[in-house]
Design a protein around this ligand. Structure first.
Ligand SMILES: *Cc1c(COP(=O)(O)O)cnc(C)c1O
Length: 356
């Protein structure tokens, strides 16, 4: 197993930080009278929630290859990403690295934390170019590498050989964003946690679990990294309502599997049907619940779909003339296909004056 030199990677102020100790941290047993947290005695949501989300972690440890002390629950993946910057990167000095095109939050979170984000272009197959990456890995100020696999918006997974190479060669923290892993044929990198102490895996309840409205993300990492996350997070970062919603989902794994498989089947169908539409030049293979399609004029197609009250994601500024289409239910997908068939190919070939 690789050694992790956390002293050299974690910000000094975070190493020295003493975490806030809440009333619920200091007394963990069961009592009859709670007069310790200045709560209101009336109501049903009057009590602070469990700050460590123990019940969720217990359930997750039963279905994932991780112990409870290797799990952090965040207010969406957004919190998992933001805390990584705050734990490991000194503002105005350190750097992070990712690949482009990819998920926009790495960029926003880096900017908020005043961290330079190096964005390396993926090759024409949307894979990582290791020759270009190599020279960045030795940079002392490079603390984080974000790998989004399956990647948003391209839909593909990165080669295992490349991911292993980065995990082995890079001395900083590698965050693999697996927001779409449940839709993929690939196995999660959670199984690799015991080999790579510098690995953080980010997953979410927002996609395959159908709880985007609830805002719960999960990080899996070695317990030293999870301790740092717990130290830096706001004490009650997951509300009682949100914890309950997640636990209800986790109580019905059969339903989760059913819905996930419907989405995967719908994707395969939609992929074939989109390929038959004249307007569509290319449908990229996808290991996620969306399809990236190339058309001759994405801005025009996007606008014509909006006119038909169908919203897709125009990704033209990231991948030329491409739209990212989420796989909906059967009715929604049929409606999209019908709408696409009615788009006038001739007019969509005309250079649009719309710029998004
Ligand atoms: C949708 C998505 C997420 C989910 O973010 P949440 O804050 O958990 O809703 C994370 N990463 C990627 C790449 C995504 O596309």
């Amino acid at each position: 197993m690789k050694k992790l030199d956390l002293k050299n990677i974690v910000r000094r102020n975070i190493q020295q930080l003493k975490a806030y100790s809440s009333a619920r941290d200091e007394f963990k047993g069961v009592a009859e009278v709670y007069l310790d947290a200045n709560e209101n005695p009336f109501g049903t949501l009057n009590r602070y929630p469990d700050p460590q989300q123990i019940t969720i972690k217990k359930r997750l440890s039963e279905i994932k290859d991780a112990n409870e002390n290797q799990i952090f629950i965040g207010n969406g993946s957004d919190e998992v990403i933001d805390l990584a910057f705050r734990i490991f990167c000194n503002p105005g000095k350190d750097k992070a690295l990712t690949f482009t095109p990819s998920y926009g939050m790495y960029n926003v979170s880096a900017a908020i934390n005043d961290i330079e984000l190096i964005e390396l272009a993926l090759n024409k197959d949307f894979q990582i170019n290791t020759d270009v990456l190599e020279r960045y890995l030795e940079d002392e100020n490079l603390k984080l590498i974000f790998i989004c696999s399956p990647n948003n918006p391209t839909g593909n997974c990165f080669e295992d050989e490349t991911i292993q190479y980065i995990l082995k060669e890079f001395k900083g923290i590698v965050i693999i964003d697996e927001a779409y892993i449940d839709f993929s044929t690939k196995e999660s990198y959670i199984t690799q946690l015991s080999y790579y102490p510098n690995l953080i895996i980010s997953q979410t309840f927002s996609k395959a679990w159908g709880l985007a409205g609830v805002r719960v993300g999960v990080a899996y990492a070695n317990s030293d990294i999870i301790d740092l996350y717990n130290k830096v997070k706001p004490p009650y970062n997951i509300s009682a309502l949100n914890q309950e919603a997640v636990l209800n989902k986790l109580d019905n794994l059969a339903q989760f599997e059913i819905e996930k498989n419907i989405i995967i089947n719908q994707k395969e169908k939609l992929e074939k049907q989109l390929q038959e539409i004249e307007l569509v030049k290319k449908v990229y293979p996808s290991e996620a619940n969306f399809l990236l399609i190339e058309v001759s004029n994405a801005n025009e197609v996007y606008n014509q779909l909006v006119n038909q009250k169908i919203i897709t994601r125009n990704r033209s500024n990231l991948v030329n003339n491409c739209l990212r289409i989420t796989v909906g239910n059967e009715i929604e997908n049929k409606r999209l296909l019908r709408a696409m068939q009615f788009i006038d190919v001739a007019s969509s070939n005309v250079e649009s004056s719309f710029k998004n």
